[in-house]
Ligand binder design. Structure first.
Ligand SMILES: NC(=O)c1ccc[n+]([C@@H]2O[C@H](COP(=O)([O-])OP(=O)(O)OC[C@H]3O[C@@H](n4cnc5c(N)ncnc54)[C@H](OP(=O)(O)O)[C@@H]3O)[C@@H](O)[C@H]2O)c1
Length: 296
């Protein structure tokens, strides 16, 4: 796959980690077992390995993952595909969730659970130290909800001091939780749900941009419910692009601290997503797209 400019680069604050703004989210590489989502191996493990290698060969140097995808499966596939890792590859993982046998997502915030999660990530990725670990809030599974993150963050900061974790990020969090966390440890990135149709974090994106902190939207394409909008389709037709490419380009144009991690199990979609880095949306069409989220 040809090398293209992946939307410029961004340096995580206070770190030597610089990533291209177009990255890759690995959650879609795990399988599915009936109602159990992100569970077990994918149907085509070799295809998943090939996809990761294509992504990196195309210049992707930011991969988002977690050991609770599969569980363990996604990290093991990343290791098989890419280890020993290129020097510039930044793998970002997340902790504070464990999976029930029924596929459920269970909060795992205790000292023992967080420590085990860091060691699981290290072992399954084949690393001695994790570049970035996001602490995911679980006061409500599907959206940010208030509650103190002090205790688990203190544990993660201790693991950082022990040299197992280089940098810390947060996920599924409120502005108050981010402010609390920044009193405890430097925060390099925030990963929350955000896309054309889900704009709760509009002000937060700008606040973090002022402080140079990366904002990494999860479900950039709508996740398990892909984005669908007549306006999006119309804009895509006018630009000669696909709706998903426009959704990614809109995020990249929205703010320079946004790093995108679209997930796909398809090499065709990977190629389309990477090419979205080069799509420029004229301002009048950005205004049409802004109206989808109702905040124009
Ligand atoms: N912090 C958190 O709580 C959290 C939660 C969810 C996800 N994440 C992270 O965020 C990443 C991105 O989220 P996500 O993967 O759930 O959702 P997403 O990127 O919004 O969307 C993925 C879905 O879009 C499809 N897709 C991808 N590219 C496409 C294209 N060009 N055209 C048409 N369909 C396309 C994929 O299907 P195909 O496989 O068929 O392409 C898949 O069904 C994840 O991989 C994960 O690393 C984090």
């Amino acid at each position: 796959m040809e090398q293209i400019d992946l939307a410029g680069s961004f340096t995580l604050p206070g770190t030597s980690l610089t990533v291209n703004r177009m990255g890759y989210g690995a959650m879609q590489l795990a399988g599915r077992d009936g109602n159990k989502l992100v569970w077990g191996p994918p149907r085509d493990v070799d295809g998943a390995i090939a996809l990761l290698r294509k992504a990196v060969a195309s210049g992707v140097n930011h991969i988002d993952t977690s050991d609770f995808y599969g569980p363990h499966v996604t990290n093991q596939i990343i290791k098989k595909a890419l280890h020993p890792y290129p020097d510039d590859l930044v793998i970002v993982t997340k902790v504070s969730v464990r999976r029930g046998e029924d596929g459920s997502w269970i909060p795992a915030f205790s000292r023992e659970e967080l420590t085990a999660a860091v060691h699981d990530n290290l072992r399954n990725l084949g690393l001695d130290v994790l570049d970035v670990v996001n602490l995911r809030s679980m006061f409500s599974i599907h959206e940010p909800a208030e509650g103190s993150m002090e205790a688990p963050l203190t544990v993660l900061a201790e693991l950082q001091q022990k040299g197992l974790v280089r940098h810390i990020g947060l996920s599924n969090v409120t502005p108050a939780q981010i402010a609390e966390a920044r009193q405890i440890a430097p925060i390099v990135c925030v990963q929350n749900q955000y896309n054309l149709a889900h704009r709760t974090d509009d002000a937060l994106v700008a606040d973090l941009a002022r402080d140079g902190i990366a904002y990494v939207p999860f479900f950039p394409l709508g996740g398990f419910t892909p984005l669908q909008s007549t306006t999006l389709s119309d804009v895509a037709t006018r630009l000669g692009a696909t709706p998903m490419q426009v959704a990614l380009a809109w995020l990249l144009q929205r703010s320079p601290n946004i790093l995108v991690i679209p997930g796909t199990s398809s090499i065709k979609h990977l190629r389309e997503n990477l090419q979205a880095s080069m799509l420029q949306i004229p301002s009048e069409l950005v205004a049409d797209l802004d109206a989808i989220g109702g905040n124009a």
